[in-house]
Design a protein around this ligand. Sequence first.
Ligand code: NAD
Length: 346
Amino acid sequence: SPTPTLTPIAVAPGDGIGPEIMRATLRVLEAAGARIEPHTVEVGKEVYLRGVNSGVAPEAWEVMRRTGVLLKGPITTPQGGGYKSVNVTLRKALGLYANVRPARAYAPFVVTHHPEMDLVIVRENEEDLYAGIEHRQTDEVYQCLKLVTRDGCERIIRYAFEYARAHGRRKVTAMSKDNIMKLTDGLFHRVFDEVAREYPDLTADHMIVDIGAARLGARPETFDVIVTLNLYGDILSDIASEVAGSVGLGGSANIGQSVALFEAVHGSAPDIAGQDKANPSGLLNAAALMLTHLGQGDVAARVLNAWLRTLEDGIHTGDIAGEHTTRRVGTQDFAQAVIDRLGQLP
Ligand code: NAD
């Protein structure tokens, strides 16, 4: 058969456990036949310590812009000093307007009260109270401005509907507080209703975010895709991961006009770095999101099926080991177990 065309991607191993889980993830991707060509770039603590305040090596920008895709390990943000989070820097510099975070249960391997839950939160990532427009009026009065634009709303809402369609999901729920913030959140709700009309094949509904958050905590299985403003999305996605019990397993996507960044939800775990203990599942799930984004949904499905089979067989890293564990393994053995199960399921 002809050699498949490989898609170049940028890969930043990151700090702490980053290099170990990246190695494990790339091994699985290669064995699964991912049609990618990884180019390693330097992002993180070592770069800061060399005096590059952004934490991003100058040549990394060119590779990220050229490939349009970054698979990133977690980055340690040095405490104190003038260090800004490299994640914030990347999000702003690359215009990553959509943050996509699936949250699903993996019962019984991961304990949850909601084994049926399987949802995705699509969060606006640039505007709202996170636009960074804050100032002091007097010594005792401070102000933060909430910025919401029609373009920003339309882009994120359309992304959510397109995502739902592409991933076989049935319903998109918008959450806002437009009963109080009638102009900003009101615009978001209005644009949602307009865009929803273009997707008659999908169910669309809107909830006020306070009752929506309460419902998410109590009955998460009733949600499918949730689209919301930046601050609400930040809070809701942590609630969702926590309720699913799978913070340690989750991946997320940050989507921009010309670059997309994929990473695990967890951090660099310096306490277990270099010990072959880390669970590579979060980054592996992020890599599956990346493959789908690259139009390699077939490979993503193969990877996820093998990964689920590994969990089902009771092969677990220490962080999720419990009564269903048959074999407790380290990072690289876990990757090998996933590789051994590739192609065992349809
Ligand atoms: P953390 O997620 O790194 O660790 C929290 C706890 O979870 C630790 O006990 C750790 O050992 C464990 N853990 C995390 N990932 C694991 C994995 N894959 N397998 C097994 N156990 C795992 O959170 P933290 O300790 O608050 O942060 C550490 C550093 O990570 C900080 O410098 C923080 O700024 C950074 N961070 C980076 C990102 C990112 O790059 N996206 C996200 C969050 C935190």
